[in-house]
Design a protein around this ligand. Sequence first.
Ligand SMILES: Cc1cc2nc3c(=O)[nH]c(=O)nc-3n(C[C@H](O)[C@H](O)[C@H](O)COP(=O)(O)OP(=O)(O)OC[C@H]3O[C@@H](n4cnc5c(N)ncnc54)[C@H](O)[C@@H]3O)c2cc1C
Length: 586
Amino acid sequence: MKRLSRRHVLAGGGAAAAITASEANAQAAKSSIKWDRVVDIIVVGGGATGMPAAIVAREAGSSVILVEAEKHVGGHAICSGGNVPLGGGTSFQKKWGVKDNPELVFQDITDWSVTSANGSADYRYNDREVIRAFADNSAATCEFLIAHGVVFVDKPPDTQGGNSVGSSVPREMHCAPVDWPLIQTGKPADADRRMTMSTGNGLMHPLIAAARKAGVEILLEHRMKAIHRQGPQSGPVIGLAVENNGKIINIRARKAVILGTGGSTSNVNFRRMFDPRLTEEYCGVAGTPWSYQDASGEIAGMAIGASLWGLYNNTGEFGSGITKPGTIGGQYGYVNLRFFPGSEVFDKARSTGLPVKNWQDVITVNMIGKRFYDETGTQFTSDNYGVNKDYVPNSYLNAKNIKWDPHNYLNAAMAGIGDGHNGGGPIWAIFDADAVEREKWDVKPPNTDPANGFFFTADSIPELAKKIQMKYQRVPMLAENLEATISRYNSFVDSGKDEDFGKPKPMYKIARGPFHAAWATPVLHDTRAGLRINAKCQVVDMNGEVIPGLYCGGESAGGFSLHGLARATCQGYIAGNWAIKEPNRA
Ligand SMILES: Cc1cc2nc3c(=O)[nH]c(=O)nc-3n(C[C@H](O)[C@H](O)[C@H](O)COP(=O)(O)OP(=O)(O)OC[C@H]3O[C@@H](n4cnc5c(N)ncnc54)[C@H](O)[C@@H]3O)c2cc1C
């Protein structure tokens, strides 16, 4: 074991961090590190990147410890819709007669000419080296998943549930849950849906089982706090400082550390580097409270010299980086994720939310009680097979042919109230008893969360405005504002014309009590920028040099705009395959 002259330790910005940065520093600031464990490869994070990486490395004969911050593995991947756009000529594509190859994948995901209807470019800023590696390993990753128990729904690849996945051919496959329990309910899916629905449970349960079977040692509630490198910003990575139960454990990695920490969307300060508007009130990040994207991989990597990369991809107005909520009245409103009583995280999620079928049934107001946009407005769109009519690869016509649509509901929601503060503040859906009947909502808990200030009810509008108080409501909602907003909106219903925001034919008045205010604040979802990596998923420093022994993939890695699972599983697969070739540095 090497005696080290200096170490550099920095705590990550973990949502549940019990040990502060200074405590972690103090614990590590000894003359040499006392290693509690020694292993070939440490994988950080048990999600879509970490699990394949760990399996690949273990099956190749390396000893592997996977550290996971939460009480459970799976990450956002197990919460996901299980829509996996791997292509390049997979056996699945071949089975359904879809012709694809790595060149086509590369061409699609680097096509400069593709823009969304608001002018945002899905692929223009992708790192060519990173995309080449994805294109070349995409089909192999698909075969790896199938070989490790993932069952895809038996229907042709389609376009459901993906974004920025390429225009040339359909690539989206869907993971069937089979008999695995769903983390959303604690129970398996209904018998008639087990082979037809798409869910991340169908991706991650088989991979977790395969990792355990292969002999990956999984340490739950072990949160990486820092990466040990030989010198502060020089030499190879040699291990990790991990917190378990308030104690720091140092784990030596003979060969490599692979970061699969899932991105930065839950870390307010980190995410505001990309967009200053994303202040604390965006507290319902998709995938939480199952697991958090706390930027700990990025922060620990940067502390030992790593560079960030491809930052436009995290601010470009395309895809699902920021979404309109699909359910209202609870903290966590992501459209495709609801936790029900029976889920092991229901005590944290606290409500299932009210799914909105028709945005004509509510108006949305900001924290001072004013409308800001047509409630039926949509979020940002994205490129996918079939979106571009008459698509011609790399043609100037692709951008020229798009019909302008700003998709500005989210930007209006996040514009704020003009008082100089960043962040749009809470957004409230306001509705009445008739809307409850039309939507067939039961507005009582656990469908809503009044106890924590995410849902309010009153018999009159002034009373409702007065009641809206919670930690993110930094100014009171004036009763006269809300009353004026509602009476103006009701006049638009009479006239059939929304004079303020052009909502197509406002349909229903807000008139019959009781009246309700439900949390409807935008939901953050994807991270699409992170640590700089190369084709092998090795992390690269600010001088463009590889940091020996450090790998990263998935949402904590940069240079690649493509929603989710394909990018993460493929980069985990790549990282695992290269990490095993590292020299043994014991
Ligand atoms: C509701 C929802 C639906 C989605 N649907 C789809 C879909 O249908 N198709 C698609 O392609 N993508 C989808 N996605 C996105 C996809 O799930 C993610 O992009 C993917 O899971 C990212 O993989 P990852 O390995 O980077 O992170 P994750 O899968 O989130 O895994 C990260 C893991 O690292 C752990 N971790 C973090 N920090 C530390 C630390 N310091 N120490 C130890 N462990 C740590 C976390 O707890 C977590 O378990 C969806 C996401 C959500 C939330």
